[in-house]
Design a protein around this ligand. Structure first.
Ligand code: IPD
Length: 271
């Protein structure tokens, strides 16, 4: 019997490679940078072109599948999961890195995750119940249980409201003073999560991200043996704009005890 999920995942890998070519080409040419919600929330013509490429190619092959795409939502499309299989697509995660010279592409379908770090040519893939891989090699989270021997990844995001910035700094201060070995940030939620899956860092947390920043890598973290948690300790809610991804429950709960969230609008809030 045909394995439709495998077919969809193989298609995602193929289209990610094509998207990677476009992104790599754009890095070496002029790129037109536009602003979205603020002067630090960036989008490029490449984000839009790559998202269209992905949507067109998936629609042709799987006409009944739904989409949530970062740039389509920015253009007014609803951000809701339909009853049909839904692809959650971030054409360039780490747009600010891209504008400044380093790039990542990611895409996703709820049953599997594909994150392509195209400059490094690292293809991260995972399918529910079948493990996580980078360029075909299995991924496994770190077995560290002591927070003070851990490295934590986080980001500042693009919200520059002084109260929000205060919460971000206060959270980082608490984590640093545990103390932890260090705090890192790759400039891409997806890559931070792939670092958790690879065992390079023990955990990643962020408030203000969107479902398309984390959806693909969420499957990759879980399939590498990691856990996803909400800031209040329950299961991660894809639409809640906050996430803790960790190597194990002990580290995730330790982070829950230290950090607090700020009110964020849900991704699926009515327009
Ligand atoms: C951003 C990146 C960044 C994170 C932001 C995201 P984008 O995604 O993942 O690391 O801090 O919160 O919005 O806008 O480059 O797709």
């Amino acid at each position: 019997m045909a394995d439709l999920w495998q077919e969809a995942m193989d298609h995602a890998v193929a289209v990610a490679r094509k998207a990677g070519e476009i992104v790599r080409h754009a890095v070496h040419n002029d790129m037109k940078v536009l602003c979205k919600s603020s002067s630090v929330d960036l989008v490029t013509k490449t984000d839009q072109k790559v998202e269209q490429l992905i949507i067109d190619s998936v629609k042709e092959k799987f006409p009944k599948h739904g989409f949530i795409g970062e740039e389509s939502v920015a253009a007014g499309e609803p951000c809701v999961l339909s009853d049909n299989p839904t692809w959650i697509v971030d054409p360039v995660d780490g747009t600010t890195n891209f504008v400044h010279g380093a790039v990542f592409v990611l895409l996703f379908q709820l049953e599997f995750g594909v994150v392509y770090s195209c400059i490094e040519d690292k293809m991260y893939t995972a399918r529910r119940g079948k493990g996580a891989f980078c360029n075909g090699d299995p991924l496994q989270v770190s077995d560290q249980k002591e927070i003070n021997q851990s490295i934590i990844a986080t980001e500042f995001g693009s919200n520059r409201d002084p109260e929000v910035v205060d919460v971000i700094f206060s959270n980082m201060r608490k984590i640093l003073c545990l103390p932890v070995h260090g705090i890192r940030g790759a400039g891409s939620a997806a890559i931070n999560m792939c670092m958790v899956a690879s065992g390079c860092v023990e955990a990643y947390y962020e408030i203000g991200i969107h479902c398309w920043d984390i959806a693909a890598a969420a499957v990759i973290v879980e399939e590498a043996g990691g856990v996803l948690m909400d800031f209040e300790g329950g299961p991660m809610d894809l639409m809640s704009r906050r996430i803790i991804a960790a190597n194990n429950k002990t580290i995730a709960e330790r982070i829950v005890n230290e950090i607090k969230a700020y009110p964020a609008i849900r991704d699926d809030a009515p327009l």
